[in-house]
Design a protein around this ligand. Sequence first.
Ligand code: SF4
Length: 333
Amino acid sequence: MAKKGRILSGHRPTGLLHIGHYEGTLRNWAAMQDEYDCFFEIADWHALTTGYDQTATMPERIEQIAIDWLASGLDPERSTLFVQSDVPEHAELFLLLGMVTPVSWLERCPTYKDQIANLSEGISTGFGLLGYPVLQAADIIMYKANVVPVGEDQLPHLELTREIVRRFNNFFGDVFPEPDALLAKFALVPGTDGRKMSKSYGNDIKLADTPDDVRKKMKSMFTDPTKLRMGDPGHPDECPVFVYHRMYNDDEAQLEQIKTECEAGTLGCVDCKMQACDKLLEGVGPVMERRAELAENLDYVRKVLCDGAAKAREVARETMSEVRAAMHLDSTS
Ligand code: SF4
């Protein structure tokens, strides 16, 4: 089947992925693999823009992301899974794009401002953080990806990539396509404290968790604060546990019953949480099981990344030959 286009997307290896990543991103990526030629990048250099002093654990973090991806259905037979630093051409393209990108474009980038505001005390910003969107542009256009799956909040970043492409093509000819956004509706999964699930909040349910871990976390989950004990009427629409019921239970009659019993005060929260937990484990349990098996087969995981790097480099070498020729930087060839 002819593919609709090429996609580049990725994750920074900053920690284990959780069910928010799975429901919000990984399921979408896995579903796109037949329609698009997919390149999925573990962006280790991007992780250094804020965590440049934490490289000792990088190899392990990279493997763990790869395990999360494979367990979630990213398929090396249909997609290219690779580590950014295994394709050094990204650094060359980053440098060349950096020559044509005005600093003012980078300084106005909302993520740059946010990250500076949120940096821990004592950590100074490097040039890499300011140049992050240029590296991101290099990642995307290296593979001439014409589609990038993004949420609405990421549209400004993609627009910056498109501006960089226009500027580059204006100077050196039509080398790169302008990538279009593939607007994805990302499921918002609440964490165990009711806020958005995030590893930095410590409220996440990880794909690497065991069923026992998940039960413990679900047991301690935040609920409707006005329902303190059995008999108190609850408000399921304001309760994160009910979001889980909605996500993992497609039996409308059961959902209606839970809602009615919660509102009547006849359903206890612990009971309700354990029902939600069972459904969650039915839905995500197979991913967690696959993950546990893959974690025991690191040779396979490393081979996937090694093969993926070879495939990615083949494309990257071709792109860089074109770029060097367009910029008259190929004097020895
Ligand atoms: S019964 Fe369930 S839906 Fe209702 S408040 Fe308790 S946990 Fe939430």
